[in-house]
Design a protein around this ligand. Structure first.
Ligand code: GRF
Length: 195
């Protein structure tokens, strides 16, 4: 029997997508294991969630490092120590640099709360509401050097109802994310080999 694919989850905030991935693993819907959680915000709620699941957590502060290449190398050391195959960004609020890209491009994905290429970057939900679109949604894409520009893997649309608040649209979008992300990860890893 081959070893399970190991995921590293990168997050900066609440970690609801991280939790959804853990739940899918427990439910047997995602045949993988979380080998590491990486977080750049020492106060983030995702850290507590990871600890409750007994996951190794690598916490760093970008300001403690001279430049991005240095902290990304520190992350790579951790990823290698935990034999991580795929990097799953789930609310990681940083642009990935060339050091991580060189090592993991093609095995690094992100989830974004809009139908890319519409509304990349910060507060995609607020951007969609401001633009008055009737349809928004969720995109899962590979990471490249741009901001939410990598090749699209999966998308799901959401109707934006008249008068919907930011909170309501966010809740609807996150419900979709929590289902679509684990399903998409399962499809991807069942296609590829580990490193
Ligand atoms: C998600 O909505 C995701 O699309 C975006 O950041 C949010 C993270 O939420 N990239 P959470 O921390 O997983 O709850």
């Amino acid at each position: 029997m081959s070893a399970k694919i190991k995921l590293a989850i990168f997050a900066s905030g609440t970690g609801s997508n991280y939790q959804a991935i853990e739940q899918a693993i427990r439910a047997g819907k995602l045949e993988a294991e979380v080998g590491l959680v990486v977080c750049d915000q020492p106060e983030a709620k995702v850290i507590e969630k990871a600890r409750q699941n007994n996951r190794p957590v690598f916490i760093f502060k970008a300001v403690d490092y001279q430049e991005k290449a240095v902290f990304e190398q520190a992350i790579i050391n951790e990823l290698e120590m935990h034999a991580v195959d795929w990097i799953i960004l789930a609310g990681y609020m940083r642009l990935v640099g060339s050091t991580l890209l060189k090592r993991y491009q093609g095995r690094m994905i992100n989830i974004h709360p809009s139908l890319l290429p519409a509304f990349p970057g910060l507060d995609a939900i607020g951007q969609a509401l401001k633009a008055g679109v009737k349809v928004s949604g969720v995109t899962i894409h590979y990471i490249d050097s741009g901001m939410d520009t990598g090749e699209i893997i999966a998308q799901e649309a959401v109707n934006v109802k008249i008068g919907m608040t930011h909170e309501q649209l966010q809740t609807t979008i996150q419900q979709i994310e929590h289902d679509l992300y684990p399903r998409t990860i399962q499809q991807l890893i069942s296609k590829g080999d580990s490193f």
